[in-house]
Write a protein that binds this ligand. Structure first.
Ligand code: TYD
Length: 132
């Protein structure tokens, strides 16, 4: 199940600070970090699910929408705060769109990159979820 994780925020008149420790602030050890930036208006990212990998996605700057789909139900989260992370477990289809200009999408991942972990065909993903 996807959940919004409210990250710890150390408020300070000099500027706020948020930290993330694997396995304590989020439910997995962080093996990889990547980020989307310079995203042209109208772009759609994602469009896949992962067999094993778990992720957390944060709008470090600006905003975007994440639509998640478990093969039966869809839900869209509007991400616009750098202290909220959307936790996405494995076997969850996701699409990211509606990027504001200058937005930065940070992704914390539980595994290193391997293309074998991706389902990029929605119909295949949906049929696998519904047969298990
Ligand atoms: P992809 O995961 O499809 O991007 P998104 O879901 O954000 O739209 O990855 C796009 C390309 O980048 C694809 O060719 C694989 C490559 N890639 C890596 O080499 N390493 C990585 O860690 C990631 C996330 C992608």
């Amino acid at each position: 199940m996807c959940t919004i994780i409210n990250l710890k925020k150390i408020s300070d008149p000099r500027g706020n600070l948020t930290y993330i420790e694997g396995k304590s602030d989020i439910p997995f050890e962080i093996k990889r970090v990547y980020y989307l930036y310079d995203v042209p208006g109208g772009s759609v990212r994602g469009g896949h699910a992962h067999k094993d990998l778990h992720q957390m996605i944060i709008a470090m700057s600006g905003s975007f929408d994440i639509t998640v789909d478990d093969g039966n139900k869809r839900f869209t989260y509007h991400m616009n705060r750098s202290y909220y992370g959307l936790y996405i477990p494995n076997m969850m289809w996701r699409e990211i769109d509606n990027f504001s200009s200058g937005s930065v999408c940070l992704v914390l991942a539980s595994e290193i990159y391997t293309e074998d972990d991706y389902y990029r065909d929605y119909n295949l993903f949906k049929s696998l979820v519904n047969e298990s």
